[in-house]
Design a protein around this ligand. Structure first.
Ligand SMILES: NC(=O)C1=CN([C@@H]2O[C@H](COP(=O)(O)OP(=O)(O)OC[C@H]3O[C@@H](n4cnc5c(N)ncnc54)[C@H](OP(=O)(O)O)[C@@H]3O)[C@@H](O)[C@H]2O)C=CC1
Ligand SMILES: O=C(O)C1=N[C@H](C(=O)O)C[C@H](O)C1
Length: 237
């Protein structure tokens, strides 16, 4: 496949390695300082664009890809208030958009365990739930996109929780503690605490390889498909 990389930072570089290993060709690398652009024939020739940039840049990048009818796989977090416009572009203009707050297989298994555990907790009122996420100090958004997906997984399955907050939690809220330290690729922990014990589920990424492999698998999956796609479509959980 011909792949365009939009964003050539930590994730763009990791994705490039895996894409080349899997026999793909990188036809364009668009970054703040690169000379490649969305108007180049090389970009227009791409079968898919993989976008990992920053929250405020993502939406404009998607529009530039759509203008050229290039399908998009994106993992950029912190832009989801603009999701309705992307859904509209897919529905009305036949664009293709694959999004995941976290592309790693392990985290997507963790998402499913989180939902199951939340359902069980409807029958056990003694436990209160909270979350912690730890990431490297260059991360711009908080809480992480993954933490928001985990919180939504709890809210949609545990009747006594309706919202999440980074501040002190009211009874119907989940407190998310966001920690920024060192070079941590990403750690997410969910704790159910009762007066007599605690239950903890935890995912810790050892590197960015898992995220990057998932993004390349998603790019392969977009071929011949239209509309909004996600990890549930890819993994068939
Ligand atoms: N869904 C998932 O599985 C994962 C998601 N992420 C998310 O992906 C995003 C990127 O992460 P990461 O690679 O670590 O971040 P980096 O900061 O390392 O890389 C981002 C790159 O995008 C470039 N960039 C900034 N603005 C633009 C623009 N307008 N057009 C093109 N390129 C631009 C930056 O250039 P410059 O440095 O010059 O500003 C930089 O090279 C974040 O939102 C992060 O949360 C990260 C890991 C996994
Ligand atoms: O910025 C990162 O690094 C990461 N961002 C994603 C998120 O916000 O959840 C995924 C992963 O945790 C790494």
């Amino acid at each position: 496949m011909k792949i365009a990389l939009v964003g050539y930072g930590k994730m763009g570089k990791e994705i490039e390695k895996i894409a080349l290993d899997r026999g793909h060709e990188i036809v364009s690398k668009i970054d703040v300082t690169s000379s490649d652009s969305f108007d180049d024939d090389s970009f227009k020739s791409a079968d898919v664009a993989i976008e990992f940039t920053r929250p405020e840049a993502a939406f404009n990048n998607y529009q530039n890809c759509f203008k050229n009818n290039v399908p998009v796989v994106s993992g950029t977090t912190g832009w989801l208030d603009q999701l309705p416009a992307i859904e509209k572009a897919c529905k009305e203009d036949g664009q293709t958009f694959f999004y995941a707050s976290n592309f790693s297989l392990g985290v997507n298994i963790f998402f499913e365990i989180n939902k199951q555990l939340a359902k069980i907790m409807n029958k056990v009122k003694e436990y209160d739930v909270s979350m912690e996420e730890v990431h490297h100090t260059q991360k711009l958004d908080e809480p992480s996109g993954t933490a928001i997906t985990l919180a939504e997984g709890i809210i949609n399955n545990l009747e006594r929780k309706n919202n999440w907050t980074l501040d002190t939690a009211k009874e119907d809220e989940i407190n998310i503690k966001a920690i920024r330290e060192g070079q941590v690729p990403g750690i997410h922990t969910i704790k159910y605490d009762s007066p007599v014990d605690e239950i903890v589920i935890h995912h810790s990424a050892k590197s960015r390889q898992g995220f990057a492999l998932g993004a390349v698998l998603a790019a392969e999956f977009t071929q011949g498909k239209k509309g909004m796609l996600n990890m549930k479509d890819l993994l068939n959980f």
